[in-house]
Design a protein around this ligand. Structure first.
Ligand SMILES: [Fe+2]
Ligand SMILES: [Fe+2]
Length: 424
């Protein structure tokens, strides 16, 4: 029976080949196509020629199950990287707190199957993927431990967190590192990685179902604004909150300036996105880290950012409101019914931070107040990110609309994307 992995994925294969050049990856069994033709012999090292040999071939068994990374990533490598992360970050160290030893012990006991070792080894060669996997594993484990999880739940959380981005190995790496905004097709490709990761775990490992379900859920939000499933809290698997928050924290920690405060601001902005009980632990840890090093406030630039977001939200609200009377088509109505309350909540969240009208009310700001500077920089950015994400959501829905409906939604899409009125 054909599986999603019966054809070798070119991106995953490319990083496996690259990793093999640095250290031995070889066939642990013959690689055979569906008609029984041997394409690569057991024991042969993975070389560039494998790419051509596998092209357009449907395989009897996925390469993920036929290749092995000798000296690849295993429990020792995971513990080593996790220790390095703990030593390099006072914040992570505080997050782990008195549970650090336990977390390292569990990290070292995770059952790393061959296909996982193969892809983590490939991820390590491709960039920061392996370190990121360990960071999310550590943060998710720390949060789970703080919430009093038993040993079984802790192990499950950490294993799923370690695997959470394994689907990214199947994504075109130029999209992952792109600094420009992705096209809708490119975004679809990237945003499928939790689903691809879920399939990978189900097809290529013997891990129990909760692990693949957690991998699938790591970019979801409790209020349905996440991806790829737009799942709401009642649809998410137990324990997904640890991964969702750890993933968000990892994204914020990339920015060395005031990372702990950024994490709290990002998670506290829109009530209902993240599980509040776990966010409270993040807030508690952050209190030990005063906001320092926020860049100086460029008042005019900051004011401009605030006005762009405020105006974009206002136009979006008006455009959504106008659609309520114009739209009769079922798919359009469904899309609008989903979007309108999210938009209202986003605008309310923006206003409630005080950022939306800050420059109208405060003539002179105190540039030495690092927390304020950070908020004025970060809140508009976070709101804008959510507006773009809502725009992407609608853009995905458009294919179900009649042509006239696609046109009807253009002003709303433009407003959410921050395009000037009447741009398209
Ligand atoms: Fe991630
Ligand atoms: Fe991800």
């Amino acid at each position: 029976m054909s599986s999603p992995f019966s054809h070798a994925n070119p991106h995953a294969l490319a990083s496996i080949v690259a990793a093999s050049e640095a250290g031995g990856i070889e066939a642990s069994e013959d690689i055979v196509d569906e008609r029984g033709v041997k394409l690569w012999a057991r024991g042969s090292p993975v070389l560039a020629g494998l790419v051509e040999r596998l092209q357009d071939r449907s395989l009897r068994r996925p390469i993920e199950q036929c290749l092995t990374a000798r000296d690849g990533i295993g429990p020792d490598g995971i513990v080593e990287e996790t220790e390095r992360l703990l030593q390099g970050s006072a914040y992570l160290s505080a997050l782990a707190g008195s549970e650090a030893r336990r977390l390292l012990r569990v990290a070292g006991s995770l059952p790393v199957e061959g296909s996982v070792s193969l892809l983590l080894t490939a991820a390590r060669g491709r960039g920061t993927g392996f370190s990121h996997a360990c960071l999310v594993m550590l943060a998710a484990g720390a949060l789970a431990a703080r919430c009093g999880c038993d040993e079984g739940s802790l192990q499950r959380t950490m294993l799923a967190a370690l695997l959470h981005d394994i689907g990214e190995q199947y994504v075109n790496p130029t999209y992952l590192s792109s600094r420009r905004e992705l096209t809708l097709d490119e975004w679809r490709h990237v945003s499928a990685h939790p689903r691809v990761g879920e399939l990978f775990v189900r097809t290529n490992t013997r891990y129990p179902k909760p692990i693949s379900a957690l991998v699938a859920a790591h970019h979801e939000r409790l209020d349905g604004t996440g991806y790829p499933g737009r799942a709401v809290s009642s649809e998410l698997p137990d324990g997904s909150g640890y991964l969702i928050i750890a993933e968000t924290m990892a994204g914020v920690l990339n920015d060395p300036v005031a990372a702990p405060a950024r994490a709290v601001l990002a998670m506290g902005l829109v009530f209902g996105e993240f599980p509040i009980g776990i966010v409270n632990h993040v807030v508690r840890v952050q209190r030990a880290f005063p906001v320092e090093g926020a860049t100086e406030l460029d008042r005019e630039a900051a004011r401009e950012r605030v006005v762009i977001v405020r105006e974009g939200l206002r136009r979006s609200r008006l455009a959504a409101h106008a659609l309520e009377d114009l739209t009769e088509h079922e798919a359009e109505r469904r899309s609008l019914a989903r979007l309108a309350p999210l938009l209202v909540r986003l605008e309310a969240a923006f206003v409630s931070t005080g950022t939306a009208h800050y420059f109208d009310l405060v003539e002179q700001s105190d540039d030495s107040d690092a927390e304020l500077v950070l908020q004025l920089e970060l809140v508009p950015r976070e709101v804008r990110w959510r507006m773009r994400s809502l725009a992407r959501d609608i853009a995905q829905d458009l294919c179900g609309f009649p042509a006239v409906g696609r046109e009807r939604f253009t002003p709303l899409l433009d407003a959410l994307r921050g395009a000037p009125a009447g741009a398209s």
